[in-house]
Design a protein around this ligand. Sequence first.
Ligand code: ADP
Ligand code: GLC
Length: 467
Amino acid sequence: MKIIHISAECYPIAKVGGLADVVGALPKYQNEIGADSSVIMPFYNNKFTQANKFTSIYQSEIFLGNQNVSFNILKVEGSVLEFDVFFVHIESLLYKEYVYSDDDVDRFLAFQIAALDWILTLEKKPNYIHCHDHHTGLIPFMAQESYKYESLNKIPVITTIHNAQYQGWMTYDNLYKLPRFNIEKVGLMLWDGMINPLAAAIKCAWRVTTVSPSYMEELKYNANGLESLLSAESSKTIGILNGIDSEVWNPSTDDFIIKNYKKTSVEAGKKGNKKWLCKEFNLDENKPLFAFIGRLVGEKGAELLPYAIDYALRSNDISVLVLGSGNKDTEKQLFDLIPKYAGSYNAFIGYDERLSHIIYAGADFLLMPSRVEPCGLNQMYSLRYGTVPIVRRIGGLKDTVVDIGDNGFGICHNDVSVQDILISINRGKEFYNDKKAFKVNRKQIMSIDHSWKVSAKAYIDLYNSIS
Ligand code: ADP
Ligand code: GLC
């Protein structure tokens, strides 16, 4: 079974968030169960592309409206990656230091057209094309309705929605940039007066998945305008919970962390990482350490953090560490709190992959007060590293964390509010002080298996169910 994933991100090549982690792991686990799964993504100007050598395996040009755009398909030399990754190199559009920016319309239109042009030339065509998020949302339409891709229209295209908040809206004048298509079908790309790539994918893909079962249900009443479409197309939708790459995220082998540990050595291991963090960030290692890692955006409930942290630190019995970037006001508020609570609180405003691993390893609790969380990977990483997740019951968080009050292992709250976060932090403190139960729980959560094995198979079963 040959599968090509098409995505804007893939770890370790280019990562903005969880999409990269998923696309960097799912193909590997699909290959382990006998598939031939690869990825096609843009060639960005970043650390990975600068550090490696690439060979061009195909070159051609596309027409993007009135522009001729030349592109190359590149492959990395040597065995740097665990599965095949093909890169669409377009010097003028895609080869940038960033993944996303304001010029995404032309960049991702060109990416999608070049990717399909190249697939068209393959002697051994994929059995399935698997698209991720709105950046690849017009592929299901083009594969079905563009004249030049007619020979691809029997290949099932699957779309996975990682986040329905972002839909890739474009104005109508972009229609002329697409390869010629049956104009009577133009409505398939439109939603609410715009070209809407995510809506187009929901209409045209053979199957639509989301990254957790609960999120699939929630989308029917909260999908940023696509609720009725998702309900109408519900017969082809399914929620499949993400997994984690349990080789990359393994506290006993993780090269990023300060002290490796297993279940049997979790107390000493976490202590070593916490000690390093507390020294680095001027925190008290004898207090329970509550951390937050993530994009500082409304979806993550991030704007509540400065207020919740400000209240929580008044009792002077916890340490708090934040790693994140995003909304500038939230960044500033979090930064401005540092002098007020020096010794108990710190924040690293930015993106740092290594530091994130050390925090998962060294923290006692991870806060995720998300407003929307299609799946969330942080809570699964924290479980694997013996860190208790404190989550809002929503989306994938609801599907992966059970409250200690319900014979579970985490702390859950219902509302996105400062009050609920504070109540949860207090429950966390009480739990931490019950030393014996806390230690038992640490070992137990490290044993929860969220590896991709089950979900990689669920995707293969889904492909097989398409006839
Ligand atoms: P989302 O994709 O919505 O941001 P996920 O929970 O699926 O949320 O995945 C977030 C991923 O990005 C995780 O791997 C997390 O560790 C990582 N991450 C988020 N913010 C940062 C940051 N500032 N520095 C390092 N890693 C981060
Ligand atoms: C999105 C979602 C996140 C999910 C990730 C990977 O970025 O916001 O919840 O875990 O995609 O699927």
